[in-house]
Design a protein around this ligand. Structure first.
Ligand SMILES: [Zn+2]
Length: 329
């Protein structure tokens, strides 16, 4: 049963990919949206999403605090997945690790690349942070900050999107990054940002906390810094004929645009924004040991990943280029 299902799945993918290529010249945009929908439905599946999430948020990872054994295990899982998917190394690195030292600790971002077919010198980042708060120093009962929503859910999205794009292809170069030390003050993304030429970076797609239904309702997400570039408008346009909607960040007072890794790139002018569904104003598990995989809705994560794939596709394939971000405030 298992292998038969698998075989038929491969055939369907091959058929859709072939169809996509063969008819891409004279498609109406509606048809192409439907086809993209078909592909995301097949290539982004909830079982794989669930596996990533439950692995990264397991007690074995000890809350993934920067500089600990727990985060080392999380990094090894991400590296193993990057390798399985077939990502290449970033820039001159000889592994997926971008090593550096900060706060007297050895740290590293985990980075994998899929080179663009026609615009390989135009980069797009797809990112989430893989660190979290670690463990309580003492106490009884649960002492592990599993960080399932924050941000194992986002890393699951990064891995799923890497697998998706490895299969469907991309015109611009995609840089998949699991950032370290976000919880210590965006340290990993700041380090990354210091060593790039921002002009070459077309967009930053950062993903944070997508495991719970957003305040706008099911099949919706929101974007931080919505008005700072036209990135969000492009996504909305691409999602027009789908059943998923993107809205501006409903919590302007929380200043979320500057509270995740997108900020490190946005400060350099890159249109880098964070996708989230987190009901952060009333989320009782936020930064608590109770942020466990079981509290999350896998279908919310999977549908959001599919919407990100569909929504960002025209940017990834060099049809749209978002305006540079405005940062003065
Ligand atoms: Zn986070």
């Amino acid at each position: 049963m298992k292998s038969i299902l698998h075989y038929s799945k491969i055939l369907t993918i091959a058929f859709l990919l072939f169809n996509c290529k063969a008819r891409s010249q004279n498609n109406s945009s509606k048809n192409s949206i439907e086809k993209n929908n078909d592909l995301t439905a097949i290539l982004i599946d909830s079982l794989t999403v669930k596996k990533h999430l439950y692995t990264l948020a397991s007690d074995e990872m000890q809350g993934r605090a920067t500089g600990t054994e727990g985060i080392e295990k999380a990094a090894q899982y991400i590296e193993k997945e990057f390798k399985r998917i077939g990502l290449t190394h970033y820039d001159t690195l000889s592994s997926y690790r971008q090593n550096f030292e900060a706060q007297n600790m050895k740290m590293f971002n985990v980075i994998g690349v899929i080179e663009g077919k026609s615009k390989k010198d135009e980069y797009i980042i797809i990112s989430a942070h893989y660190d979290h708060l670690g463990m309580k120093k003492q106490g009884t009962g649960d002492i592990i900050y599993n960080g399932a929503d924050d941000d194992a859910s986002g890393v699951s999205a990064v891995l799923s999107l890497a697998e998706y794009y490895k299969k469907v292809g991309n015109e611009r170069t995609l840089v998949f990054i699991a950032f370290t030390a976000e919880e210590l003050g965006l340290i990993g993304s700041t380090y990354f940002g210091k060593h790039i030429n921002p002009e070459k970076y077309i967009a930053g797609i950062n993903i944070e906390m997508i495991g719970k239904t957003s305040s706008y309702g099911p099949k919706t997400a929101w974007l931080t810094g919505f008005d700072r570039s036209n990135f969000g408008k492009i996504i909305q346009k691409n999602l027009e004929n789908s059943n998923y909607k993107l809205y501006p960040d409903p919590y302007p007072k929380f200043n979320l645009f500057y509270r995740s890794d997108n900020a490190s790139l946005a400060k350099l002018g890159v249109p880098a924004h964070t996708f989230s569904t987190g009901p952060i104003d009333k989320d009782k598990h936020y930064h608590k040991v109770s942020d466990e995989a079981q509290t999350l809705n896998i279908s919310n994560i999977t549908e959001t990943i599919k919407a990100i794939a569909l929504g960002t596709k025209s940017i990834i394939n060099a049809i749209d280029t978002p305006t540079r971000v405005k940062t003065k405030d």
